[in-house]
Design a binder for this molecule. Sequence first.
Ligand code: RNT
Ligand code: ZN
Length: 422
Amino acid sequence: MSANSESHTRAYSLAQEHYAAMGVDTEAAMAKLATIPISLHCWQGDDVGGFENTGEGLSGGIAVTGNYPGRARTPDELRADLDMALSLIPGKHRLNLHAFYGEFGGKKVGRDEITPEHFSNWIAWAKANGMGMDFNPTCFAHPKAADGFTLSHADQGIRDFWVEHCVRSREISAVMGRELGSPCVMNVWVPDGYKDTPVDRVSPRQRLAESLDRVFAKAQDPAHMLDAVECKLFGIGSESYVVGSHEFYMGYAVKNQKLLCLDAGHFHPTETIADKLGSALMFVPEILLHVSRGVRWDSDHVVTLDDALQSISSALVRDDLLSRTHIGLDFFDASINRIAAWTIGTRNTLKSLLIALLEPAALKEAEASGDLTTRLALMEELKGMPWGAVWDQYCEKQGVPVGTAWLAETKRYEIAVLNKRA
Ligand code: RNT
Ligand code: ZN
């Protein structure tokens, strides 16, 4: 045992005692954490580029900034990078893939022509890794989305095109779920909206609802795939009006019992999603999270261990919502090492869950008995508890680097692999 590992073990035993004195079982918390999968978004690895190779840039009001070297240029490179990131993250996780990451063998395959075969390598990779997959139709970065409308477009032909893309995406999702033995959550997000004040706010929403009804017309086995819909407040170029607003999708999801996707960056800057979870779950069956971090706008910064993140994880644990919540990530930063971005964001999400799992029952008891003084005092004291030692122990147990050791491995990979990409 190395000196390092020995000091971790000592730190852990002290932490374990400390928590036990509060009635918290650290072993149980780690065991629970190991059962929570995080869906890693493929698009952090290549700046939301996809593999259609049409030369079409990113659109839809989302933007990636930075030019850090080493972006994955092929499916094999992206999978290698994901393998690397996954080797640094404790636990068993999932892959979240966008439709334009299909493998089209150099052929031009329309979004309305995609089939499960285009994703067979991804499915084989996930199977080999014992991972589940989630999926998304890609309704942006395409000539037929160039004027900012897709499923709600005034033109019937364009609507039909995107409906077909989404219908096919559901079939592909069902195959992924069946092949991997775990339901694939398919999230529909469309960028549709106006830069400036609209006159008619209703017709596009009626068209979006109609298109969604067509997309979801065929029943799919929930053991194989689940439908989610993602709302948004604004995007670049859709500052004044987004067709798929929160009220729109909340209503649609409640009416049709779909999953509601809540992206942490899709609300007013001071509005957090933690308080929405329990309320929405009173009326929708399940939730999909896009854990993200907006800085001044929906900027999709790498998730840090901040209050917004902690409040989400604490709500999931305190209100016992984990079994009905699918946790996915949604950020993309091209200004830092992309594997580090995945690793930092995912490890932080897991850390916040661990901190939540290490809360003593005394907190709920204080509230139940009306002792709000103790509730606040305890919450603040808990911030100083040695959860870091439990985290290190968890990483060691799961066979991934402890502390900052993952960074050295990332740097090694950068020199050996990323820097060789032109
Ligand atoms: C955009 C949405 C959406 C996308 C991904 C790429 O604002 O958050 O989820 O980020 O589908
Ligand atoms: Zn999102």
